[in-house]
Each structure stands twice: as C-alpha cells, then as structure tokens.
Write a protein that binds this ligand. Sequence first.
Ligand code: DGP
Length: 148
Amino acid sequence: MDDNCIFCKIVAGQIPCHKLYEDGRVLAFLDVGPLSPGHTLVIPKHHAVTLDDLPDEDAAAIGAALPKLVKAVKSATGTQACNVLQNNGEIAGQVVMHVHFHIIPKPAADAQADAGAAGTGLGIGWPAGKLDDATAGELVKKITVALD
Ligand code: DGP
C-alpha cells in the first residue's frame, strides 16, 4: 500500500466507493466522474503505478475479472458496446497513479443527444498514420528484443 494513493485508500476501506466486485487481488467500483452511466474502474489491490510494473499474478487476476465485469456493466446499462481504457503515465492522460482499467459503456448513437456531451461515453481521437515495411521491420526487431 502507498499511503499517498487514493486507490490504495479505497482498497483499504479508508475512502468509500460504490463497490461492484472484489476478489483477493482485484477491486471494481464506479468512477466518480463517469463518462457514461456505469463507468467502472477495475484496479489491482497491489499498488503499481503503470501496467508494466504490475506483477504477473495481479495482471492475470485483472485479466480474468475484466470480461465478466464488461458483460455485467453492458447488461446492467443496456448498452451493446463499451470502451476499455487504461492510461499509463501522465502524458497519456493518467491522473491517478495506481494501475486501473476503465470500462466505459458507449450508448448507441441514437441514444446520444449530443456526441461529446457529458454521459455519451469516451470520445476518441485516432490520428492514424500508415505503417511502412521499413519502420515495421525496425519496430519488430526492437520490441521483440525488449520482450526477452
Ligand atoms: P485516469 O485519468 O485514467 O487516471 O482516471 C482516473 C479516474 O479515477 C477518473 O475517471 C476519476 C476517477 N477517480 C478519481 N478519484 C476517485 C475516487 O476517489 N473515487 C472514485 N470512485 N473514482 C475516482
């Protein structure tokens, strides 16, 4: 536990939350600033700042919990779609420095009064480039070496 971490305090019961699910390694609760109704946070109980710092056992537990939470959140909110988002690092939009996955229900287009307005789910900018073979080859080499 990190004494300065708000999510560790939630895990410890020192700060209240609207709890949805708990097991030995994972806690899920409603986000206080929902992008849409049912916006859920899924966190490891173990304190790690970013995903690459998370021990395998905690990562596996999160991986097992996510599909059932996605299913339950979609069912309960009557949505057909959702975004699962995980921000790593401040520059990537991480505000709370304890690993967490967002489950953000995406209401159907006809249910969105005004896309981008509060409650309409995640708005995504997707500034796609085009992958060329030379760059791909370099990246595959570097990343596969980094995986060893
Ligand atoms: P991120 O930008 O990925 O670090 O998102 C952090 C999220 O955590 C943000 O959507 C708001 C939510 N949040 C922050 N503090 C609290 C809290 O005390 N309780 C709950 N339930 N959610 C919180």
